[in-house]
Structure formats: structure tokens, C-alpha cells
Design a binder for this molecule. Sequence first.
Ligand code: NAD
Length: 248
Amino acid sequence: MTDTIDVAVIGASGRMGSTTCEAVEAADGLRLVGRYDEGDDLGDLGGAQVAIDFTVPSASPANVAYCVDRDVSVVVGTTGWDDAKLDTLKKQLAQHDSVGVLIAPNFAIGALLMMSFAQQAARFYESVEVVETHHSGKVDAPSGTAARTARLIAQARDEAGLGPVPDATQTDPDGARGADVDGIPVHALRLRGRVAHQEVDFGAEGEALTIRHDSFDRVSFMPGVIEGVRQVGQHPGLTVGLEHYLGL
Ligand code: NAD
């Protein structure tokens, strides 16, 4: 293998795909050898060693399976990978032991740090709530990142023997206290002009800790995508979450 990694982008005409093509072209040691979008024949993927998938949930599993069949490692940003799809992929990867697949629900390194910091802080605070804000075109709520953050916090609280978050609310007919994710309140704001933002608010007697991350532009995902491309070939099998490549 040469020092340069040849890369193909699937979903190259989309918002994330086109930004990713620019980032790959600008990155040292990476060479963009193929751009594919809906209806294109993936062929030999331009001879790529690594493919990146930013498509749609209905297309991503078939694209990834196509790459794995050809022993091409894949970095996946597309959402919608449920347990059944992950299981099918794991079985396929067992037949291709040199191939790595990274499925990263969030490539923003700051967002991964926010989750990690929140997980560290969780055991020290009686109260905690998660507030995520996204653009008004987002179709699902709460965001996958917010739900995962809440689950990590709940797990850390559980391990520390903390009980439920204190909350005297007795009536809430309109759902003002937000969603309940493993006992952690999660609130979703949808505002035109925003991109992806999250705040984790901790409270204890006489103090507050706020951990906040903001993605203002989809270029914020690119350092994580490029890091994924650089490392995926060294991590055979399936990895879910870029944090595992970053030692977080
Ligand atoms: P988009 O709609 O702008 O782009 C999707 C592209 O995929 C389109 O160009 C479409 O033509 C193409 N496509 C559809 N079917 C295809 C197929 N069978 N083969 C090849 N291309 C196909 O969407 P987007 O905003 O770029 O987001 C893409 C995905 O990435 C979504 O699932 C989104 O939620 C996810 N996303 C992930 C992260 C992350 O950090 N992991 C960040 C942002 C977005």
C-alpha cells in the first residue's frame, strides 16, 4: 500500500458529500478517485481503498455491502443504521477480515468531546438536562447525539448510585418537561438559521456546570471525516462511533 489513500465519495452531489469531496481534495495524503451519486454505477469505485457514504438511510446499507464485497473499507456518516442492519453488516465483515467499516453518527470532534465531558461530569451532579437545537428542516427528534448523551449520562449516574433527577412537577399536560430518555429530560428546539447545537446543563446546590457545543457549518464535520478515512484501514471489522478512533 502506498502512503496516499485513494478515496471515493458516494452521495457526492449532496450537502455533506460535496463538502466531503472538497475536504478530501484538500487533505494531505488523500486522493479523490471517484464521485458517485444516485443512479451511478459504482463499478470498481475508481480503485479506491476507502469509500465514504453520505447518502440516505434507504441506500446506505446496500452501498456499504457493495464496498465490503470488493474489500474496500468504508466511512459512513449516513443515519438510520439500526441493530438489524448492523448485525447483517457484521456477518458480512466476518468474511472480509481485512476490511474496516466506521459508522459515525456524529463526526464533529467537539460534539464527541461534549459527550465525553458530560459522561465524566454526570456522577457529580444531582440535576442534569440536555437541550439540543437544530435547523427547522430536521425530521427527527431528539437528535441521535442528544439521545446518546442522555443514555451515557444515565449509565454514569446508575454506576455512581445516583437516584432519579429531582423534579417536583406534578402536572405537565403539554409536555413542557421534554422527552424522558432513560430518566434524563431532553429538550429539542427547531429554529431556522441554526445548524446543530447541544447544551448539557448540570446543577447541584449552589453551582451550575454547562457543557455546550455548536456546529455552525458542515465543515465542522470534516476533520472527523478525514480522521476516519486515515484510520479505518487500521481497524478491521465494524466500529460504531468515531470516539473509538480518538481514544475518548
Ligand atoms: P443530502 O440529501 O444533501 O445528500 C444525499 C445525497 O445522496 C444526494 O445527493 C442523493 O442524490 C444521494 N443518494 C441518494 N441515494 C443514493 C444512492 N443509492 N447512491 C448514491 N447516492 C445516493 O443529505 P446530506 O445533508 O448530505 O446528509 C446525508 C446523510 O448524512 C444523512 O443521513 C444525514 O443525516 C447524515 N449526516 C451525518 C452527519 C454526521 O456527522 N455523521 C452530519 C450531517 C449529516
